[in-house]
Design a protein around this ligand. Structure first.
Ligand SMILES: Nc1ncnc2c1ncn2[C@@H]1O[C@H](COP(=O)(O)OP(=O)(O)OP(=O)(O)O)[C@@H](O)[C@H]1O
Ligand SMILES: [Mg+2]
Length: 245
């Protein structure tokens, strides 16, 4: 089993959009996939299921079984570990970075009995507990919008998370809007200073908003649109790097 975190310190850069589309593509590839919604906003859960589940705090606070919080989605082989408002407190339930890492590692060990891939949809926070969670994951996918604050947030993470091994780190450019001169200039002139970036791009697209209205990943609802094609290319780049067994 592999654990892939989708993380960025900057909010609204397409983490959830990326997590649900890659999860749908992995499941369609025959991999039993769980999307673990770790954001109290619960956007990924809301997108993928109508069902409620017991509060995740039962797991974080009282060590109750995670399986109680897992629901099937409309997509075969894709389940979701449902988020709820109680997650705003989960950082308080973990004593330290080390505690978070150990709790996450043992949870992932248990999930490995059922799933081939766990994708974590993370909240845009940089607490020691979040760092511990990320340390327990095999790969960290970082959507970076080519805008000043998103790039700055990426540089902060790269500086502070100096424990990340080279192959764990998967940054990529997202929400690139070719009508914006600054986006185009950054990708053409400055991206070469970041050799660690995947060379796949997610374009800015109105299909991302439509996906929310329809509550269905774009790769499922509109597989022919450019955004769905972008996500398929991203999945083809990420899949071999996961070294799934
Ligand atoms: N490629 C895209 N083109 C245009 N809009 C997009 C794209 N990807 C995502 N969006 C839109 O941007 C908004 C934020 O996307 P999303 O929720 O995926 O980001 P996030 O990083 O998970 O946000 P948060 O930090 O709040 O969790 C949503 O309205 C979404 O529809
Ligand atoms: Mg999100």
């Amino acid at each position: 089993m592999r654990a892939l975190a989708v993380y960025q310190l900057k909010g609204g850069v397409g983490k959830t959009t990326t997590a649900v589309n890659l999860a749908a593509l992995a499941a369609r590839d025959g991999i039993r996939t769980l999307i673990w919604d770790l954001d109290p906003q619960g956007a990924a859960s809301w997108l993928l299921t109508d069902e409620s589940a017991p509060a995740q705090d039962g797991f974080w606070k009282d060590h109750q079984p995670l399986s109680d919080c897992i629901r099937h989605t409309r997509i075969p082989k894709l389940d979701v570990l449902v988020a709820d408002h109680s997650l705003r407190k989960f950082h308080q339930r973990l004593a330290s970075k080390k505690d978070a890492e150990q709790r996450m590692r043992s949870a992932l060990d248990m999930l490995a009995e059922t799933y081939g891939l766990v994708i974590l949809d993370c909240a845009p926070v940089m607490t020691p507990q979040m760092e511990g969670i990320l340390k327990a994951c095999d790969r960290i996918l970082l959507p970076v919008e080519p805008s000043v604050l998103s790039i700055r947030a990426y540089e902060q993470i790269r500086h502070d998370f100096d424990w990340v091994k080279k192959k764990q780190w998967l940054p990529f450019v997202t929400m690139i809007d070719r009508r914006k001169a600054d986006h185009v200039r950054w990708v053409n002139d400055e991206l070469k200073a970041y050799p660690e970036f995947l060379r796949t791009f997610i374009a800015y697209s109105a299909s991302a908003e439509r996906m929310l209205v329809e509550r269905n990943p774009v790769v499922e609802g509109h597989p022919a649109v450019p955004l769905a094609r972008n996500y398929r290319v991203l999945w083809q780049a990420v899949k071999p790097l996961l070294e799934l067994r």
